[in-house]
Ligand binder design. Structure first.
Ligand SMILES: [Zn+2]
Length: 198
């Protein structure tokens, strides 16, 4: 698959670079495509950046207290609530034309999306082959045995019943149902952690 794509890029480059005409014909001919998406994709939808979300109650904490492995072990309730809050904010925005175009394209060819984004906008647009390099705001796992945990949708509401951070409710992360030793954590790559092999 990768050879196919890289060969096409080389052909397009040899034919005059990846200018719009070359790119258009290359895209039309492609049968297998891997799309890498990043923050710009989500920004078009108005997904709050770290800075945008880092307001109100949260501005009393810095990134080391909210989004690192050390923060998790020091205060799982705070970190868990922070990620639920961000997940809740993302639920208030919608996929944009870019997400929808990729979902439509995937119905015609083999298309895989590899994204740095932790939101679920590709999935909500209808894309099924999505790999989240940095994890997902809607995925959770045990911090001990790593078993995946499924949480009810209502958990995202529980952190802010009215959607305002003035009504923020700190939420304790549940214990792992598999091993009963660990605690359920966001399946997100915290700052200072390495990307998983999967
Ligand atoms: Zn466990």
């Amino acid at each position: 698959m990768a050879e196919n794509v890289f060969a096409s890029v080389e052909q397009a480059s040899a034919a005059g670079g990846l200018k719009s005409e070359g790119l258009t014909s290359w895209v039309r001919a492609a049968e297998k495509v891997v799309v890498l998406s990043g923050a710009g994709m989500s920004a078009e939808s108005g997904v709050p950046t770290f800075r945008d979300a880092h307001t109100g109650f949260w501005q009393h904490y810095d990134v080391e207290q909210l989004a690192t492995a050390d923060a998790w072990w020091a205060n799982p309730r705070l970190v868990y609530s922070w990620y639920l809050w961000r997940a809740r904010m993302v639920r208030s925005v919608s996929p944009n034309a870019g997400h929808q175009a990729l979902a439509r394209w995937a119905r015609k060819i083999q298309l895989f999306i590899s994204t740095q984004n932790v939101d679920d906008l590709h999935e909500r647009a209808g894309s099924e082959q999505v790999s989240h390099l940095h994890g997902s705001l809607y995925a959770f796992r045990c911090d001990d045995c790593a078993a995946p945990a499924t949480l009810p949708d209502s958990v995202f509401e529980s952190v802010a019943p009215t959607g305002s951070d003035e009504d923020l409710v700190m939420v304790d992360p549940p214990s792992c149902a598999d091993c009963a030793r660990g605690t359920v954590r966001p399946d997100i790559v915290f700052f200072g952690e390495f990307l998983g092999s999967s």
